[in-house]
Design a protein around this ligand. Sequence first.
Ligand SMILES: Cc1cc2nc3c(=O)[nH]c(=O)nc-3n(C[C@H](O)[C@H](O)[C@H](O)COP(=O)(O)O)c2cc1C
Length: 177
Amino acid sequence: MSDFLELCKQRQSCRGFSEQPVEHDTLARCVEAGRLAHSACNAQPWSFVVVENPEVVAQIAQCGQPLHQNAWLGSTKAFIIILEEHAVLSPVISCFLDSQYFAKGDLGAATAYVCLEAAAQGLGSCIIGVYDRKKICELLNIPVEKQFGALIALGHPLNTTIRSKKRKAFEDIVRFV
Ligand SMILES: Cc1cc2nc3c(=O)[nH]c(=O)nc-3n(C[C@H](O)[C@H](O)[C@H](O)COP(=O)(O)O)c2cc1C
């Protein structure tokens, strides 16, 4: 897809995946897109865990339903977890700001890149907001103090219809000066 805005319109949260497995190389491409994201001082305060083993995927899916929401997660074929890592900022900037000051924004950018590449590959994705982080850390041998930038569920969408976006009106949120 050469039209980036069109890709932005096509990317949508997918809440139901088909039985079709997701290729290892496709997942690697999604992570590669995240790796290429911009970050403050190019600190790249992230690392990625790709979960593709079906048994482990099923266990992570359980961790994504602590409030019994997101029941559809059971159909997920892979997860990408973006972990927050220590950011080394330039000395001038780190005099003023905590090293992790920009990290959340940087992780957001990497998350968006992963999801957009997934959409470009015809995959569905959904970022999961509420999950049992400690249990996931246990299952994946991640240090328990590690913060997550994102937990992203992936698979081939069951429903490929592109919904119209519900967004605030352009004129309500944009001001040209
Ligand atoms: C940080 C974050 C957490 C989210 N958590 C969930 C979630 O737990 N379950 C879910 O179905 N969607 C979740 N979403 C998806 C949002 O609901 C979705 O992005 C928003 O409604 C806009 O719709 P769209 O992604 O289809 O354009 C999450 C999105 C973000 C960015």
